[in-house]
Design a protein around this ligand. Structure first.
Ligand SMILES: [Zn+2]
Length: 240
């Protein structure tokens, strides 16, 4: 029997591998999800043959209900739902445009936040989508807890507000978007901002927002350029 969710499982697994290849997760920590309908999501689960996020297989992506039970017969046979499922469910419930959620532990982002650095638009054409994302602000959920129940999930979502990404202090990030690709690319953009901020600080520099007048000439080049081309590159890196 063919699996009607095969393509989506493959995409979520690919997203996990891309995030790991970019150093946004270590070992077995971190997970991606994709909403299927009002009650179900695909999410990366663990098993006794799990070798880490960098090696996520489509079969590691399982169909789960929003309350964490098997989404269909056999979906959780041998698989364990992440403790932090509420991160995904509460983020998906918070906004209908959220269909994909990436929860990752990028060390540069955690370090920058712990160093007291707020991620700001310190560059422009270097990475236009990243600059715009920073312009809107990257909020911080100030608790370092394991977000393992809906109460904590709701707290994190409240801290996130209207932003696409929230930093979880001493923990990682949650990135929400309409597609798996966008959720991971946003996470990469935030990681790049953090890395550059740390570099500037390490070089003895001061972090300053780019000139207000520059925004007029930092156009949104459209999703075909920004997302499709960027994703092709990320996928190509995996096999390089
Ligand atoms: Zn986590």
């Amino acid at each position: 029997m063919t699996d009607p969710l095969a393509q989506q499982r493959a995409l979520v697994a690919q997203g996990c591998r891309v995030a790991a290849a970019r150093g946004l997760v270590d070992a077995v920590l971190g997970h991606l999800s994709l909403r299927i309908d009002d009650e179900h999501l695909l999410i990366r689960c663990r098993s006794d043959t799990d070798t880490g996020v960098a090696f996520t297989r489509p079969s590691d992506i399982r169909l789960v209900t929003f309350d964490g039970t098997a989404g269909a017969a056999g979906e959780l046979d041998g698989y364990r739902v992440p403790n932090e499922l509420p991160i995904h469910v509460e983020t998906l419930l918070a906004a209908p445009q959220h269909r994909a959620v990436a929860h990752l532990h990028p060390p540069a982002v955690v370090a920058a936040d712990l160093a007291g650095i707020a991620l700001r638009p310190i560059y422009g054409a270097y990475d236009i989508p990243g600059a715009w994302l920073a312009r809107g602000g990257v909020p911080v959920y100030e608790r370092s807890v394991l977000i393992r129940n809906s109460l904590l999930g709701k707290e994190m979502v409240a801290a996130m507000g209207e932003a696409p990404v929230v930093i979880c202090r001493g923990h990682g990030i949650t990135s929400a978007a309409g597609t798996v690709q966008q959720s991971v690319l946003q996470a990469i953009a935030v990681d790049q901002l953090a890395r550059m901020s740390l570099r500037v600080r390490a070089a003895g520099g001061t972090l300053r927002d780019i000139d207000e007048a520059d925004w007029d000439d930092l156009p949104d080049l459209g999703s075909r350029f920004n997302i499709e081309a960027a994703w092709r590159h990320e996928v190509a890196r995996l096999s390089g």
